[in-house]
Design a protein around this ligand. Sequence first.
Ligand code: NAG
Length: 241
Amino acid sequence: MFTLRIIILIVPLKYDLCYCECARAEYKIDKQCCPMFLCAAYDTSTTCVPCPQLTFIDEPNGLVECFPCTVCDADRGLRLSEVCTRSSDTVCGPLERFYCIEKQKGSCTLAVQHSECNPGQYIKQAGTGSTDTVCADCTADTYSNGSFSSCLPHTKCEAMGLAETNLGTHSSDSECGNPPTAVAIIASSVIVTLILITVVSVLIFKHIRKKKLSKSSGNSKGKNKVYHRKKYTRQLFSLYT
Ligand SMILES: *[C@@H]1O[C@H](CO)[C@@H](O)[C@H](O)[C@H]1NC(C)=O
């Protein structure tokens, strides 16, 4: 009973062997050639069983169990690149915008995110799956916010007939605004004139008052003179405070 079952199992395997393009000591499975070292050591192939789902064996061995397929861990910056077969482990690659910093047998085992360029720098070389971003500083009259692939020249406000309201830096463009209009110029000169007139009239008024006071103190005589002078000083003082 037992032997019968084994024979049934072997027949399709042998059938496969006849049609494969693999070497003599190999067998074809999942479009790949697998070595038959273990199998060849025995008269019958009963000990050779394809690895179960999510396990693999990628080299000649004497193991009675297959290895579990690697799972690409997003926490290590990894994503699936090639699925696991019975004869090859999963191949992991870096996530989008990550690059690989640790590799094992052609599969990435740890990846980190690409660096970002600072404002004032441009992306000289974009990061790849295996290299980080390369940044470079802006020079002269150019700017970049850190995400440009080259520094852009500052906007020339004067060439557009505008006034420069904010000077450009290496991280920001210059800002242009409308030059002062005729109306604004007239309005501001009117205001300045009004202020000047007010100041001048106040001064004149004070001067007249001062003259009046000194006249009245000059006419007084004797004891009163002292009193008036005191009063005048007090008034003069209050004028300036
Ligand atoms: C830089 O400017 C571009 C286009 O103006 C914008 O899409 C991007 O979000 C900016 N990047 C940063 C880091 O500010």
